[in-house]
Design a protein around this ligand. Sequence first.
Ligand code: NAD
Length: 245
Amino acid sequence: AGRLSGKTALVTAAGQGIGRACAEALAREGASVIATDINDRTLAEIGAIAGITPRKLDVLDAEAVKAAAREVGAVDVLLNCAGFVHHGTILDCDEDAFDFSVNLNVRAMYRMIRAFLPAMLENGGGSVINMASVSGNLKGIPNRFIYGTTKAAVIGLTKSIAADFIRQGIRCNAICPGTVQSPSLDDRINAFDDPVQARKDFIARQPLGRLGTAEEIAAMAVYLAGDESAYTTGQAMIVDGGITI
Ligand code: NAD
């Protein structure tokens, strides 16, 4: 049997990148996974994998999140992966950019957890996993003003939930990845005038000398999802290729 057999998991932003690798890894370990995203094409791809049920869910839509929670009921694992990387300093971040990142990177996690937690509590507990970053809470990174701000908030949110529900079977942890190869990282690199140099620069800031893989982040998600991590809650687990050494 897999390390997660018998468990149900719901993953947001599971269409590509880290979320997708997490959904696949959880399913490989025997969990029954509801993979959600806003992208129909990638949802169809991931829905073809055994153990994965695709479901459209826009985490910016409060009513849709409530409806999903009513429909799905209790899950053992809630993995909040949706997030956006805004490029720039505070001077590049107008009020709209600020609101967008706060809404997607922080408010959507609040909304998801608030919607799904009651059924998890009734069910005796579960594991909530929030995708944070090394950016913000562990390291100030240039041109990551609102990204770092929101990802630091994710750590505070994670610890608060962990503290409030620790005696009710709920664990809540965050994962702090370093730079990870993903479709949106490719987009960020291609947005530079010199993408070849930009990729070199992203790799150079990783002391290990390479980008991380989404699967390396998913391995931590599998650990946090399962009973192996039963004594771990309220933590920010770092998987960063040495960027914070
Ligand atoms: P990505 O950015 O390539 O993919 C993002 C996914 O989110 C897409 O499938 C997209 O359709 C989905 N999405 C966007 N808006 C959504 C919404 N409103 N509701 C539901 N889904 C939505 O993936 P990634 O780069 O692997 O990043 C995933 C998470 O990991 C993010 O929270 C990101 O901040 C975090 N992270 C990434 C890195 C990295 O280097 N890639 C490093 C640290 C943390």
